[in-house]
Design a protein around this ligand. Sequence first.
Ligand SMILES: [Fe+2]
Length: 242
Amino acid sequence: MRDTKTTPSVTIFPYRRHDPSSQPTSLYPEYRSTVQRAPRQPLIVLPHTLSEVTGPVYGHGEISETDNDLTRQHAGEPLGERIIVSGRVLDDAGRAVPRTLVEVWQANAAGRYFHRVDDHHAPLDPNFSGAGRALTDAEGKYRFLTIRPGAYPWKNHDNAWRPAHIHFSVFGPAFATRLVTQMYFPGDPLFAFDPIFQSIPEEKARQRLVSRFDLETTRPGWALGFRFDIVLRGRDATPFEG
Ligand SMILES: [Fe+2]
């Protein structure tokens, strides 16, 4: 049961706080950019007010037909391995979060982003821009058809490579449930060397960012399915990206 705070006109139900061991450490020197950006003062806990427990609402009319199909956004088909990524968005009590916006962005099959600051020496794909969005249905389900992204190098340390990942932004029903994170693929050998992944202290919480192969959504002769459920806040919350 949540503590409640009553104002003259409205009752506020604050969201459960995150367990710090399930979230990335703000200062994780192996992940170099955290040294500059980590807060230097202790954090101040703000009470949830109406501004935190409400948020933007999106309608189906704002999503076009190919927004959740990253393989059909250009004249031809993108290169690479077609995959289906699906799952449910759940709240801190395990209930479905319906009609909420899920956005994704990712590198192409060669590990290159369609972005002007990406200078990785790998080919761009004229048929893949790597961005999509979807609204969850009444049961909190979302689904994307896309291309499996490639691993890519970055300049954090010598011979640094990011494990293949898809970036996710989930709005949820309120500003306090907003989540920006990354989904990984099972069995990636780069996990052990990735300070972004390793900056989450708890192994159990890190594993929540790893999708699982899903034979049920795999389509014969067409595409492998990967399942990625997302929990907004609470004990089982999906960690933020570092
Ligand atoms: Fe990335």
